[in-house]
Design a protein around this ligand. Structure first.
Ligand code: ANZ
Ligand code: ZN
Length: 819
């Protein structure tokens, strides 16, 4: 008897798969394609259990699809640019490249030890010049299409990371990476025009049937489409006009003041020469430094100041004082608000605070409201218009359209749409990223680096001290010649946001060796969309929104024939221990190496897949891991004990009732496991059904058909293959096969096996259960009565009594009433 020794067999089979190219993409046009992708990791150093979870999920799907007759693309790579490499350089004096590649080697080795079936021939790291040359090509494509531009403005700056951040990378006012509070700075930066795609990014969410609703909702809210109107207010004293964005043009007659964002460009002119000029200027400087969160939080104190200037109400001609306040943001709508304190909560508290008039223009329908009565709070519900000239009595929903239309007629406004989404700030003042391929020339201006001069390589002899952008300090890098005129010129020293690298990597896998272009259209169109994409919920907006945007741009450029990159999305839950997320800082980490060392990779994978549905948080449990290990041993023992029988492939004869029952369980399991992996992605229930099957195998009597028994054991090995690939391979060979279990066809499901032809009924006397009996499922009432009369136990019990009535319920019971 050999015992299950995971270490011996795992290493052996990993080597075998590697040598035989078992996991190389099986391109075969006669088969349907399937692209299974797990979000590629940042090479931070070591894999954690969260990684193991994602890869285990992906591998089950990929292996199942291969066995189900698909050509499967299942690649892996490295999201290898970014801050940690630079921080390591500062702390440890290591070169970012060296540090990164060492981590990649280590982590790749860990992935291999897990037995994940990646096609390593397609591997790449985004920090390699081969890859970032293509990232630079794509930057230039965006530039040519007018989608990459430079602009000056207030940007988010992380004082710790010494770089700017995109809006999506600011979480509750703090840097997404290091948690430092973000400040606002005025800088000239590169942007991608994602706002041009706002509508399509929103509309196409409806196509994404395979995405969690939660993620779609988050994207929808982030894009933040809002339908409203623009209204223009003249400001005679500066001979200019101010335009506001409002979702409530129906409240126009209730405007009692106007509020501009302190950064609004008109403010300077409004206060010029006024006695409070200095005071207002100081105020502006102070507010600018506040984060948007502080400024807009509902309970945050509102702060404002009168500019001393007045606008003219477009309909009444009345003077409207112009204020500035922290609660109005420059980068939403137009940065200017018509304040209606009677019907807007923020305006109401501001008006109360600064003693500004409050004028009611909407009253609850059917109520007689005294319009001069003081209001206790803003009235934000629907109603009918009052104090609104010719619109009095009009329901406000109707008035909304009517007033917008009348503004349009008069040429002072009209309906419009506003988005919360801002353009994507893509330049970073850091070293470890793809250099932006742009040159500045005094004569020719901004000049893109010609394609044949790509990649713009990162220089290696740089000083990385965290104080300022290393590239800007490298004379050798900065000074160059202009590609247009040959004169002296300077290179752009910012690098690209690493989210650009990851916005197109899934396309590169289709053609990862191409050194001319990012990828061939035909290859991308063959493999994409990604059929199953697996990754963390933390990318619900960031990476997933950017990737969708990239795909649409590449579609418009004719480079791909699809508009959405990820057909189906699975967001896996966290791995917890003692109720908290596993993390170094909490000291509750279980390392993948530890588990592989103690139990083998198959046990680790099986536990992780069994312990929770993939989208839920998973609580680590040592006894759960033990349980998985015991289960694999249990399977091993039954295979091992029956090697000779199974190898001889005895004829299957499903005629006795035990064989029928085992056959029924077997096919129920085949169906369940297939549906659970292929459709429902519920690996935990798939595994528990295999466990039940194994129990049935153990309980199968020796007297029942041996062929069925052998067949069930052999099929169990196949069903287990996607979950525990090494042990399945080993057992498959033990039972006499020469080829890999992973190249077998997935067991075919036979629906007829599920039809029960025998059932169990209960036998009662005066309503009390006395015995059970197995009979034909198609037995009629008469058949049942006849069968009961043959039952020895019943016969004994009713001996000498008078049978008054026999009640037979087909499929269930027979009740004998005796007196
Ligand atoms: C007048 C009004 C009356 C408003 C009323 C609301 C209620 P959403 O729905 O989120 O798009 N607003 C416009 N631009 C702003 C800015 N830059 N900063 C802060 N607030 C701004 O919000 C649109 C509403 O938010 C607009 O409609 C405007 O106030 C305010 F009874 O205009 B409303
Ligand atoms: Zn030039």
């Amino acid at each position: 008897m050999s015992t299950y020794k995971p270490h011996e067999i795992e290493e052996k089979w990993q080597q075998y798969w590697n040598e035989t190219g078992a996991n190389v993409t099986n391109e075969d046009e006669s088969k349907p394609k399937f692209y299974c992708l797990e979000q590629f990791p940042y090479p931070s150093g070591r894999l954690h259990m969260g990684h193991v979870r994602v890869y285990s999920i992906g591998d089950v799907v990929a292996r199942y699809k291969r066995m189900s007759g698909y050509q499967v693309l299942h690649p892996m790579g490295w999201d290898a640019f970014g801050m940690p490499a630079e921080n390591a350089a500062i702390k440890l004096g290591a070169q970012p490249a060296k540090w990164t590649y060492e981590n990649i080697d280590f982590m790749r080795n860990q992935q291999k030890k897990l037995g994940v079936s990646y096609d390593w021939d397609r591997e790449f790291a985004t920090c390699s010049p081969d890859y970032y040359k293509m990232t630079q090509q794509l930057f230039l494509l965006f530039y040519e299409r007018g989608l990459a531009y430079r602009k000056n403005g207030a940007v988010n700056w992380c004082p710790n990371d010494q770089t700017v951040l995109a809006n999506e990378q600011v979480e509750e006012g703090c840097c997404w990476r290091c948690g430092t509070e973000v400040v606002k700075l005025d800088l000239e930066q590169w942007y991608f025009k994602i706002t041009d795609y706002a509508d399509r990014l929103l509309e196409d969410l409806d196509q994404l049937q395979g995405w969690p609703d939660k993620v779609k909702t988050m994207q929808r809210n982030w894009i933040g489409k809002s339908t409203g109107a623009e209204v223009t207010f003249e400001v005679p004293e500066i001979n200019e006009s101010l335009t506001v964005f409002t979702t409530r043009p129906d409240t126009l007659y209730g405007v009692t003041f106007m509020v501009l964002a302190p950064e609004h460009p008109a403010v300077r002119k409004l206060i010029a020469g006024k006695e409070n000029e200095q005071e207002v200027t100081d105020f502006i400087e102070r507010i600018r430094k506040e984060s948007d969160i502080t400024r807009t939080a509902a309970d945050a104190p509102k702060e404002g100041m009168f500019t001393g200037a007045y606008a003219r109400h477009p309909l009444t001609g009345k003077d409207v004082p112009i204020w500035i306040a922290n609660y109005v943001l420059m980068d939403y709508g137009t940065g200017a608000v018509m304040a209606v304190p009677a019907h807007d909560t923020r305006d109401f508290s501001f008006a109360r605070q600064y003693e500004l008039p409050i004028v009611r223009v909407i009253a609850p329908a059917g109520e007689d409201v005294d319009v001069s009565a003081e209001m206790e709070e803003a009235f934000t519900e629907d109603g009918v218009l009052v104090q609104s000239a010719e619109f009095d009595g009009t329901p406000n929903r109707e008035a909304l359209v009517k007033i917008a239309d009348s503004l349009k007629e008069k040429g002072i406004g009209g309906s419009t749409i506003s988005y919360r989404l801002r353009d994507w700030l893509v330049s970073r003042q850091r070293y470890w990223g793809a250099p932006i391929p742009i040159i500045y020339c005094d004569t020719c201006g901004t000049v893109p680096v010609p394609k044949d001069q790509l990649p713009v390589l990162l220089p290696e002899d740089v000083v990385i001290d965290g104080a300022s952008n290393p590239l800007a300090k490298s004379e050798e890098f900065v000074n160059t010649t202009c590609p247009c005129c040959g004169g002296a010129a300077r290179r752009e020293t910012d690098t690209m946001d690493t989210f650009i690298d990851s916005s197109w990597y899934y396309l590169r896998f289709a053609d990862s060796k191409n050194d001319e272009i990012p990828f061939e259209a035909a290859k991308a169109n063959k493999w994409l969309q990604v059929d199953e994409y697996i990754g963390g919920i933390e990318h619900a907006i960031l990476h997933l929104l950017y990737s969708r945007f990239f795909t649409k741009v590449l579609h418009d450029a004719g480079m791909v024939n699809f508009t959405e990159p990820f057909k189906s999305l699975l967001t896996q839950g966290m791995v917890l221990r003692d109720g908290a997320k596993m993390s170094k800082s909490k000291g509750n980490v279980v390392s993948p190496d530890e588990i592989i060392e103690k139990y083998g990779a198959d046990t680790g994978r099986l536990f992780i897949l069994f312990a929770a549905p993939p989208d839920r948080d998973l609580e680590w449990s040592d006894s759960g891991v033990e349980g998985s290990f015991r289960f694999l041993n249990r399977v091993w023992r039954v295979v091992e004990a029956n090697v000779e029988l199974v190898t001889s492939h005895p004829a299957v004869n499903v005629s006795d009732s035990d064989a029928k029952e085992l056959n029924r369980t077997l096919h129920a399991t085949i169906k369940k496991v297939g549906d659970d992996i292929g459709e429902r992605r519920q690996f935990n229930t798939a595994i528990s059904s295999i466990m039940e099957l194994v129990n049935k195998i153990y309980a199968y009597p020796e007297t029942a058909d041996r062929g069925m028994f052998a067949h069930a054991i052999e099929t169990t090995v196949k069903l287990l293959a996607p979950f525990a690939p090494h042990i399945a391979e080993e057992m498959w060979r033990m039972i006499g096969h020469e080829d890999s279990v992973h190249h077998q066809a997935w067991p075919a499901f036979d629906a007829s096996a599920l039809v029960l032809d025998e059932i169990e009924i209960v036998l009662q006397i005066n309503g009390k259960v006395r015995d059970k009996m197995v009979i034909s499922a198609s037995a009629t009432k008469q058949d049942m009565e006849a069968l009961v009369n043959e039952n020895d136990k019943i016969k004994e019990l009713i001996a000498g009594k008078t049978v008054r009535k026999v009640i037979a319920v087909p499929g269930k019971l027979v009740n004998i009433v005796v007196g």
